[in-house]
Write a protein that binds this ligand. Sequence first.
Ligand code: ATP
Ligand code: MG
Length: 597
Amino acid sequence: MDSESLTGSGTAAVPTRLTDYQRGRLTFSWEQARQQLDGLPGGRGLNIAHEAVDRHVTAGHGDRLALRCIAADRTVTAITYTELARRSSRFANVLRALGVGGGSRVASLLSRCPELYTSVLGTLKNTSVFCPLFPAFGPAPVEERLRLGEVKVLVTTDELYRRKVAGRRDRLPELEHVLIVGPSPDPQPGTESFDGLLADASEEFTIPDTDPEDMALLHFTSGTTGTPKGAIHVHEAVVAHHATAGFALDLRPEDVFWCTADPGWVTGTSYGIIAPLTHGVTLVVDAGEYDARRWYDVLASERVTVWYTAPTAIRMLMRVSPRGRPPDLPRSFDLSALRFIASVGEPLNPEAVRWGQEILGLPIHDNWWQTETGCIMIANFAGTEIRPGSMGRPLPGVQAGVLERGRDGRALVEGGRVHVLDEPGAEGELALRPGWPSMFRGYLHAEERYRACFADGWYLTGDIARCDADGYYWFVGRADDVIKSAGHLIGPFEVESTLMEHPAVAEAGVIGRPDPVVGEVVKAFVSLKPGYDPDTRLARDITAFARRRLGPAIAPREIAFDQHLPKTRSGKVMRRLLRARELGLPEGDVSALEEAQ
Ligand code: ATP
Ligand code: MG
């Protein structure tokens, strides 16, 4: 796998900031990256919303399209940078008039509508803190996050408020204002009209002095491994959002960029709002559901040039147009504007990269990062060699390392020291040297948990990886998911990726099931592509296929069919839940589960 490589259809020939950097034509430091941004007029600090919106207006680019918001029914609202600056200033004035000041928390529970973007940017202009919540969360997860975040203002719709918040409002004493977007024929007590307040507010707003260390965003992690943590991000993060979008996503002002992640997840904020706007691109926002035809249609009709999505979405497209059959669906759309696809959130199986090359004729660039890191850390960059199955290499300004592990599977800390594994191919905990601008500044109300993330000058990511001789990082699994079997440490990703190469398999989740003889045996849960029946013959065939590829020590002993693998709302397979269900253990925190209500 390590030796296989792709350069992507023509992109290698296109000079990017990164190829310039690699050839030594461009130097980089975070301080230089900081200089690329303006700062508030009069040297009054650094504010994300100013860099994302107002700066372009001052520079005379206000007529450019900032957003093209596509509603579920396909109506499009186009908003220029000037208009976005005005709307966000109005919302900042609304907050000020409500007595909501710097540092106060404002949350959204909204689908991807224009008002969501107005709210985020207006909140940041007012130096309040934005906490985006995923609208498909059920009442309990919403309440939990509103309480944890000490949210003072909630922006939502009448329907979402009635269904998810109204019944629990008396348990949320800190929630002072609920602003309702859109029609509210019979307004609920304790709510105000967002549109009414906005209409009455002035569109002139002077952003107050903003310290780059002022808290800007409160982002809950996906909850894949347990209770979601509230990661704190500050205004300085915008330096990293901007620089990494230049390197890993190769954004230029003429780009039409579409990020499918909901702002309820960090990707949907860092790269679904902030980073692209700082580059002055046109951002496509689609409120529609996952649907292959709709997505191809949006890519084609909007002439999207760079698309940022997740492995779960790519696997959905693969299910519809498998390799080896004529790609009728994608071929019926004109995707010629698209330069490349980037993917994040979960390991990107090599099969997915090959599929992209064969069926779409496009490179798919894997990116690795976390809610905590705030921005892309490791990537198969635009314009460089892509190694399918690898996350890529650390971006400029990012220092990564692989640390030796102890018995618990996490980095071994002895006398406050860790041991960096230098030999190529050695597996260990992926760690990063803190110091980049979007590094989280804490977990809200969980100081201990935050401190436990650091040792000997490293930030410990909780992921297991190996680094090859050329500096490419390969994901093995989350430390909690790694399987110990007969003296082997087995990464679920490798097994899942192999299973996906079987023609019948659409997706896979692999766990270790305790076994008295070997410690743990590998068990795989797989979902099938259309046209395949889940019977014992197929299970035997898949097992034999995996044994041939992986050898008997690593191949799954057992296969179970499951068309609905448990996933977080952000599309990650929840292996801990598969394991808990298998063993009849308590399911733990499932607030981020897809069907959680
Ligand atoms: P929680 O921390 O609450 O358990 P989470 O870790 O899933 O949830 P996020 O911050 O959204 O929350 O996800 C970051 C994690 O996602 C990474 O630590 C890694 O395990 C996984 N991940 C992200 N990108 C990649 C990638 N390209 N390859 C492999 N894994 C990835
Ligand atoms: Mg995590």
